[in-house]
Write a protein that binds this ligand. Structure first.
Ligand SMILES: Cc1ncc(COP(=O)(O)O)c(C=O)c1O
Length: 381
């Protein structure tokens, strides 16, 4: 029987024991740019770190094992992974995206993507009919975030796979928000899975990383070629930090989710909070779809306050929760998407999605939940 996900976070697949020199239990950091060859035309399996490195290879194995992927490349950031992924698409291609993607992805699509001759449609991918209506002769890919960032919309991955099959599209899923611990899009037909490893996988708000995983052999070969050509690889030391972070992914995800659930209920009851967006609330429109395709809801919560002043007061007054961009780490963070992560979204799109001056997004960490509630309570008082 294959190892459970908690074990795969630490060991990867079965039967890989005793693979490090001197029996090292932690993977050594191979801080070397190049590798000497035993003879002409011979290789140890490693030649040059831009192409591959043993510390990074171990990390890539672990992430593939957790995602059920054929291959994974570890990149220097989530954006580097997304950039590599977009290299798979050509000039003239049309891509249909979830309407509230991470703002940095939208910035890339609207600038470098358009300069390369690609076009993008942003639709509510939780509605498969809207997605189908957006398909054109040029459409080559569906690019999904579920839950989406920051309004937590849920997209039915099986329905997206059916559309992808019908119109011969690539199905790309940014799985950052749930991590492989809670969701494996490849099992639901995704061709490519992206992670900002900076978030839950690393888990400590200290390292940038990204991953591009695939379930398809021909894509894996192309990605490996592009990877060594563009130099998107993660450094050995950062690969080690990622490996260390991933070992505790399971316990962190469980604690973060349980804190998030309690906080979401507490926020719902607060008189100055108008609406809470959390996929773990049964009244969330995507609750049932998420139940079918994921093992959890994660720990990202967004909420609308009664006034702009309340939102600003929270950001100015929180003491334990840091007013900072990013998410997924052990420290709880709160952001103002309108000015930060989603500042690059066109104003009209922001308004339609409700990303206003009253909208805040919180990444719930592993602190004691009573301390988090007390911090929000004093900030809201
Ligand atoms: C969903 C999502 N994808 C991708 C990224 C980009 O990752 P990175 O900051 O590691 O480049 C982010 C960053 O916030 C994100 O939230």
């Amino acid at each position: 029987m294959a190892y459970q996900i908690e074990t795969r976070c630490i060991r990867g697949d079965e039967h890989r024991e005793g693979r490090h020199p001197f029996g090292a239990v932690a993977v050594p950091i191979y801080q070397t740019a190049t590798f000497s060859h035993p003879g002409i035309g011979e290789s140890t399996g490693y030649n040059y770190t831009r192409e591959s490195n043993p510390t990074r290879a171990e990390l890539e194995h672990i992430v593939s094992s957790m995602e059920g992927a054929l291959d994974t490349v570890a990149c220097s950031s989530g954006m580097a992974a997304i950039s590599l992924c977009m290299e798979l698409l050509g000039s003239g291609d049309h891509i249909i995206c979830s309407e509230d993607l991470y703002g940095g992805s939208v910035r890339m699509f609207q600038t470098t993507g358009r300069e390369r001759g690609q076009t993008f449609s942003y639709v509510d991918t939780s509605d498969a009919e809207l997605v189908e209506k957006a398909v054109t002769e040029q459409t080559k890919a569906l690019y999904i975030e579920t839950p989406s960032n920051p309004t937590m919309q849920i997209t039915d991955l099986k329905r997206m796979r059916r559309l992808a099959d019908k119109y011969h599209l690539l199905l790309i899923v940014d799985n950052t928000f749930l991590s492989p611990y809670f969701q494996n899009p490849i099992a639901f037909g995704a061709d490519l899975v992206i992670h900002s490893g900076t978030k839950f996988l690393g888990g400590h708000n200290d390292t940038l990383a990204g991953f591009l995983c695939t379930s398809r052999k021909e894509l894996a070969e192309r990605i490996r070629y592009l990877y060594k050509t563009t130099g998107a690889g993660l450094a050995p030391f950062d690969s080690f930090l990622m490996l260390r972070g991933i070992k505790t992914l399971a316990v962190r995800m469980e604690r973060q989710q349980s804190n998030a659930m309690k906080l979401a209920h507490w926020l719902q009851r607060h008189e100055k909070v108008r609406k809470v967006y959390y996929a773990g609330l049964p009244e969330h429109p995507g609750y049932e779809v998420n139940q079918k395709q994921a093992r959890g809801f994660g720990s990202m919560i967004s909420f609308q306050t009664d006034t702009q002043e309340t939102a600003r007061r929270i950001l100015e007054r929180v003491r334990l929760i840091a007013y900072a961009e990013s998410l997924g780490g052990v420290e709880s963070l709160i952001t103002y998407p309108m000015l930060q992560t989603h500042g690059d979204l066109p104003a009209k799109v922001r308004e339609k999605l409700g990303i206003t001056e009253r909208f805040l997004r919180m990444s719930v960490g592993i602190e004691h939940v009573e301390d988090l509630i007390a911090d929000l309570e004093q900030a809201l008082a």
